[in-house]
Design a protein around this ligand. Structure first.
Ligand code: FES
Length: 84
């Protein structure tokens, strides 16, 4: 079976206060709608040490900074569009 993609969202206080709570809800819904829960493991993470550029998201080894609610769908489509 293919290895699952690991996606972590920073839940440190800085990223959280910049809107990661809404982004988490959006990502959960996106994964559910697109039947990606068996391909992508989505978890919260501690501070990634990049607070001033947050909210931050990590997909496998790649860190994506400045993730906003308005931009997150585009990021997910780019990363997962070919597997959904
Ligand atoms: S709180 Fe998210 S990188 Fe520090």
């Amino acid at each position: 079976m293919a290895k699952k993609i690991e996606m972590q969202i920073c839940l440190g206080s800085s990223c959280f206060s910049r809107g990661n709570k809404e982004v988490v809800a959006f990502i959960r819904e996106y994964l559910r709608k697109n039947h990606l829960n068996d391909k992508v493991v989505f978890k919260g993470a501690r501070c990634m040490g990049l607070c001033s550029n947050g909210p931050n998201l990590r997909i496998n080894e790649k860190i994506i900074e400045g993730v906003s609610l308005s931009g997150v769908e585009q990021i997910l489509e780019k990363e997962f569009g070919n597997i959904k």
